[in-house]
Design a protein. Structure first.
Length: 276
């Protein structure tokens, strides 16, 4: 019998969890929540054990009380010591650990962006939280990687043409696009998906061969491209495209019906800009 609140096969509950399955292999055999040792075991067997941009091997450690010293705060502690504070019996933190093991380079890049922004803010009351840190936070919590080999389909997503994209171009989307959840907060929401569930997408242009590779190679390639993208000038929230994730073919049984995409409260039109 499993421990209260623990569902061993949660990664099999939906196609949305597909990216995390390689990293989480073995969790289905646990009868209780994975402890720090179990997470460290997963890290040791990861395809590419994560390392910070400061060249510190990432380790999962118990959460301490709120730290006042800068070096002991959450993001600085990761960057400076490689220690990811992880709460016990906490799905949010478990998903965060699994994302670290699935997209190690991109997570390390986001951590460095957080660290650099916090370092500028530290001890300088005149420096306020800026768009760089906001973007990093949004994507870290709610990010979606959109791999696309078709610029026309990518533009439909950017233009909020949801019905055209997900219904009228459904076959093309399944052939030329693939969506990967990234944000650990979004993964937590996916346990109980609901209409309105929206991610923040970064579109990565790929060759068509990308979709013919095994999942492990797709994840590694997406991780590498996202890492490069994050340090290629992506510093403003405008780069994040809203993604109504349950519109992606197969991610909700309801989207097999054309009328599903008529819900304008979920599949919203592109906001109009006020005239200058």
């Amino acid at each position: 019998m499993s421990s209260p609140g623990w569902t061993p096969d949660f990664l099999q509950a939906s196609a949305l969890f597909e990216p995390l399955r390689p990293a989480g292999n073995g969790l289905e055999h646990l009868h209780d929540w994975p402890d720090i040792d179990a997470l460290e075991h997963l890290r040791d067997h990861a395809a590419a054990p994560p390392v910070t941009r400061s060249d510190k091997p990432v380790r999962f450690v118990p959460q301490n009380v709120a730290a006042r010293e800068f070096a002991q705060q959450y993001e600085p502690r990761i960057y400076l010591a490689g220690e990811v504070q992880t709460r016990a019996h906490n799905l949010h933190d478990l998903f965060n650990a699994l994302v670290w093991l699935t997209f190690p380079r991109a997570k390390a890049a986001l951590n460095q962006l957080h660290y650099q922004a916090l370092l500028q803010e530290h001890g300088n009351e005149k420096v306020q939280r800026g768009p760089l840190r906001d973007t990093a936070t949004l994507f870290d919590e709610s990010g979606v990687i959109v791999a696309s080999s078709d610029a026309g389909l990518s533009k439909l997503l950017q233009d909020f043409e949801w019905k055209q994209l997900f219904w009228r171009q459904r076959e093309a989307v399944c052939t030329h696009m693939k969506f990967f959840l990234f944000g650990h907060g979004l993964y937590e929401k996916a346990l109980k998906p609901y209409t309105g569930m929206t991610g923040k997408g970064i579109i990565l242009a790929v060759e068509q061969d990308f979709f013919h590779h095994p999942l492990a190679l797709q994840l590694a390639a997406a991780d590498s491209m996202l890492d490069n993208f994050l340090f290629g000038g992506a510093a403003a929230p405008v780069i994040l495209s809203p993604v109504p994730v349950l519109g992606y073919p197969g991610w909700s049984p309801d989207n097999a019906n054309e009328a599903y995409y008529d819900n304008s409260q979920y599949f919203r039109a592109r906001p109009t800009r006020a005239a200058d």
